[in-house]
Write a protein that binds this ligand. Structure first.
Ligand code: NAP
Length: 255
């Protein structure tokens, strides 16, 4: 019987892992999306969309699916889902692995202002009106209502109403390249960038562009997550799952 894996998605790593496992007869996989984007790009793997209904709903889902392993490949800022995954895994005994790329680190020439959350990011912009570029996303934009004096250019996968007096939305899907980011920042006469420390290669170019243009970046650090076994790479997650599936099979063979 195939080894049943549920992957909590939201990152390119989750998508890649699900597609790798979908091509392996030893595994049966389902990739779960929160449903945050209107234009979901379907993966080449079985998937589902939408919340589970908190920890009880997730436990029920894992049991109904006869899930043997849960992989938390959510966005580093999707802290609630990661907390729920840790609690549900502990309560059901389902093996849990987190796939998480390391946070970006500042390098020479970067002008980062690190802040703990979005409210602090809005304060860090200061009083003087600035032209701000950000891809923080629809869910977080409300924090910037406290700083309505700035002009915001907000990049997101889907267009949305930012609810800010001076804001425009630029609908675009990554990955983004350095040249395009340099042109965008120059064309829009951007003074400062606000970014979450996502750590992904797909959205790093804006930081390299900011460095080249000597622009400051207000960098929101990652929220604290439960301590669980964690790997950085899709290959490591696949090896971990293969070893787990082999042990599972060996136990079945003995009994
Ligand atoms: P969250 O606050 O951790 O999760 C809120 C709820 O959404 C969860 O409790 C769960 O609902 C549902 N959920 C989240 N991820 C799910 C998944 N993979 N499958 C099924 N349900 C899921 O996360 P968030 O509200 O999505 O986002 C928080 C932050 O992460 C924001 O800054 C957002 O911009 C960033 N982010 C998220 C994603 C993403 O794909 N979720 C992608 C990019 C950035 P139930 O409690 O009902 O199970």
């Amino acid at each position: 019987m195939a080894f049943r894996v549920v992957i909590l998605g939201g990152t390119s790593e989750g998508r890649l892992l699900s597609e790798q496992l979908a091509g392996d007869d030893g595994f049966s996989v389902v990739l779960s999306f929160a449903g945050r984007t209107r234009s979901l790009q379907p993966p080449r793997a079985p998937y589902r969309v939408g919340g589970f209904g908190g920890v009880p709903g997730l436990i029920e889902y894992l049991r109904a699916e006869r899930c043997a392993a849960l992989v938390d490949a959510t966005h580093p800022f999707a802290a609630q889902m990661s907390r729920h995954a840790a609690q549900a895994a502990a309560l059901t005994g389902v093996a849990l692995l987190r796939v998480e790329c390391p946070p970006w680190q500042p390098v020479q020439g970067d002008r980062w202002i690190e802040v703990p959350d979005m409210a602090a990011a809005a304060r860090a912009l200061g009083e003087r009106p600035l032209r701000v570029f950000s891809s923080i996303g629809r869910q977080e934009v409300a924090a910037f209502r406290a700083a309505p004096q700035h002009e915001y250019l907000l990049r997101a996968v889907d267009d949305f109403d930012p609810g800010l007096p001076r804001a425009r939305v630029l609908a675009a899907r990554g990955p983004f390249e350095l040249q395009g980011e340099l042109e965008l920042l120059a064309r829009e006469r951007i003074d400062i960038i606000v970014s979450k420390n996502a750590g992904t290669a797909a959205t790093y170019a804006k930081l390299a562009a900011a460095r080249a243009l000597q622009l400051p970046v207000v960098m929101v650090v990652r929220p604290a997550l439960p301590v669980v076994p964690t790997v950085a790479k899709v290959e490591s997650a696949a090896s971990w799952l293969r070893a787990l599936a082999d042990r599972h099979q060996a136990r079945l063979d003995v009994s």
